[in-house]
Design a protein around this ligand. Sequence first.
Ligand code: FAD
Length: 409
Amino acid sequence: MSKNILVIGAGAVGMCTALFLQRDGHHVTVVDEREPGAGCSFGNAGFLSPDTSSPKATPNMLRQVPSWLLDPTGPLKVRANYAIKATPWLWQFIRAGRPTIIAEGMNALLGLHERVFDLYEELTDTSHLIRRLGQMHIFETDDAFAYAQQSNIRRRQRGITVDELNADEARQIVPELGPAIRHALFFPDNGHIVSPFKLVTSLAEKFIGDGGKIVRDAVHSLAVEDSTVNAVHAETQTFTPSHLVVAAGAWSAALAIQLGDKVPLESQRGYHLELTEPHIMPKIGLQSVERKFTMTPMEGRLRLAGTAEFAGINAEPDYQRANVLFDHAKKLLPGITRSDDRRWMGHRPCIPDSLPVIGPAKHVTNVHYAFGHGHTGMSGSPMTGKLISDMIAERSLSIDATPFLLSRF
Ligand SMILES: Cc1cc2nc3c(=O)[nH]c(=O)nc-3n(C[C@H](O)[C@H](O)[C@H](O)COP(=O)(O)OP(=O)(O)OC[C@H]3O[C@@H](n4cnc5c(N)ncnc54)[C@H](O)[C@@H]3O)c2cc1C
C-alpha cells in the first residue's frame, strides 16, 4: 500500500533511500536544511569499494593509535576539550575490536558494498560520474604490506580480485608514484566517483523528475503519540507523514533520542585538500596505507582526503589538518604542485562497530533509521536504500540485515 513517507536528509543515503521508496509507489518527500549532497556526501574521497569489509577497530589499527595521537600531522586527533565527551564512544570502539565482532562485521559490510556499482546504475544513469578503473593501496614499508597480505587470503576466499605488486609493477599502472613506494595492492574491480556532490545531485534530479519533492528546511522535533510519530516539526513548517526515515548522517542521534533511542553515533571529522592544479594526475584512486589518506582524481583536480578528528559537530574546522595532507602526498607523488587549493571539513557519521544503523526504531512503529555509514557511506548508500524500501514493504531482504539493527545496542 502506498505510504506518505518523509526522509530527513538529502545526502547519499537519504537520496538513495528516497529513490528506492519512490520506485515502490510511495509519495516521498525529502527534507534537508542544506542542498542535496552538501553534507558529508560532498567532500569525501569518492572511493567505491565493493571489497571493503574491514571494520575500523582491528587489533593492528588499535596498536597504532597511541603513536598517531602523539603525532600532530598524524591521521587521528582528539581535541583536548572533547576528550571526556568522546571517551564512551572510544571505549565502545576498542571493545568492537574483538575477533568475533570483527568477523560478523566483515560479512555484513561486504553484503552492503558488493553491489554498489550495479545499484547506483539501477537508480539513475551514473556512467558519466563513476569510473570503474580500479584502486590502488600503496605501501612504504614491508611490514605494512606483509600485514595486508594476510587479509588478501580472506579477500580471495570471498571472490575479490586483488593483485600484489612490487614498486615497478605499481608504476606501470600509476607512473606518477615516487620512489618511496615499495609495494602496492591493486583492486581492479573498484572505482571512484569523479564528483560525489554531482552524484548526489543527479540522484536528486532523478527523484524530482519522477515526481518526488525536496524541501529545504531544518527539522528540530518529532512529536510522538501512541507509539507513532505523528508530526515532524521543521523551522518553517510541520510535516505529517505516515512513515518517517531518519537519514540525517552525523546529526541523526539528536533525532533518534527524541524517540527514546540512544545511539552511539559520533562525528569523525574528516578533511580534504583539493589541488586545483596538481601538475600530475593519477588515473585511479590511491590510498596510502601507512599515512591513512587517499588521493582521488576528480574532474581535473586531485582530492587529498582523510584524517579523523574528534571534536564534536559544532567546533570550528582546523584546516591545518587539511594542509598536512599535501606534505604527505608530496612524499608519495613527488611531482604534485599546489596552488589555489580548496579545503573542506565534513562529519563522518560513525558507530563504534563500523556498521551503520539500518532498520526500525525501537519504540515507535512508523520510523526507520538509515545512518552511521562512517568511512564508507558512498559505497553503502544504494544497498541501504534498497534494504529500507524492502523493510517498509515487508519483502524478504536481499542480504542479512540483522547486524545493522539498532537492537544490537
Ligand atoms: C574525508 C572523508 C573521506 C571519505 N571518503 C569516502 C570514500 O572514499 N568512500 C565512501 O564510501 N565514503 C567516504 N566517506 C564517508 C561518506 O562521505 C559518508 O559515509 C557519507 O557521505 C554519509 O552520507 P549520509 O547521507 O549518511 O550523510 P550526509 O551526506 O552528511 O547527509 C546527511 C544530511 O542530513 C541533513 N540533516 C541533518 N540533520 C538535519 C535536520 N535536523 N533537518 C534537516 N536536514 C538535516 C544534513 O544537512 C545532510 O545533508 C568519507 C568521509 C570523509 C569525511
